[in-house]
Ligand binder design. Structure first.
Ligand code: SF4
Length: 225
């Protein structure tokens, strides 16, 4: 039942908006950097920070591992909270070098839950960032949850208002049709689904809902305000 509702939501969003081509980035490390920088700022600001790192030829785990944190902070200044975010980027690269020889390829053999636990142990990497890294950079079938996900799920009576991150994540991960057993298909679906929820959240499901014209308006029989 819930699986069918979630599938219908996906279909309606995809029919209206089409593929979202997430996550922008030329390399795995660029996606990871974007996932860390995007907290509490707009994507346009993240792009400026990433452009600075690219111009300085610093967008690699090894180069960020060796760079001085204050120099890094200056380069990522457009992303806001740049001192904190510079430390977070350093924390990530330190973790990668101390445990995996600085190579993202060495993460490949790890079980997804183990990898998630390890990412969450890196200071400054929270659930949404860890799951974004897992899904968009490392191709793991995990569902990324954010405020848009919570808002749409609550308004369509799929969750209770006090549902936490893990409950929301479980709602999608456990109920979407993963029965194909095809991890690539699951990853693709989760990738597109999260991006579509962000799209509908930005355009229609705002703090004050704009249901008129929303692709999910046909589902309004169970809608909370
Ligand atoms: S704007 Fe209205 S119809 Fe659209 S997702 Fe939000 S509650 Fe549903």
């Amino acid at each position: 039942m819930i699986g069918e509702q979630l599938t219908e939501i996906y279909q309606l969003l995809f029919e209206r908006f089409g593929p979202q081509h997430w996550w922008p980035g030329d390399t795995q490390f660029e996606i990871i950097t974007g996932a860390i920088l995007t907290q509490n700022t707009s994507w346009a600001n993240v792009e400026k920070a990433i452009a600075n790192l690219k111009s300085a030829d610093l967008l690699s785990p090894e180069k960020l591992y060796h760079i001085d944190v204050s120099q890094l902070a200056e380069l990522i200044r457009p992303a806001g909270y740049y001192n904190i975010k510079a430390k977070r980027l350093k924390n990530f690269t330190n973790w990668l070098f101390e445990n995996y020889d600085g190579k993202l390829s060495n993460l490949q053999g790890l079980d997804t839950e183990q990898l998630r636990t390890e990412l969450l142990s890196v200071k400054g990497i929270g659930r949404e960032t860890a799951d974004s890294i897992l899904l968009y950079a490392l191709d793991r079938p995990v569902f990324v949850v954010d405020a848009y996900t919570a808002r749409v799920a609550f308004r369509h009576e799929l969750i209770e208002p006090d549902a936490d991150y893990e409950q929301l994540r479980d709602l999608f991960q456990s109920n979407l049709p993963q029965s194909t057993g095809c991890l690539t298909a699951d990853t693709k679906l989760f990738n597109e689904y999260h991006a579509l929820l962000v799209k509908v959240g930005k355009e229609f499901c705002r703090p004050k809902a704009r249901c008129h014209g929303c692709p999910l308006a046909p589902l309004d029989s169970n809608k909370r305000e």
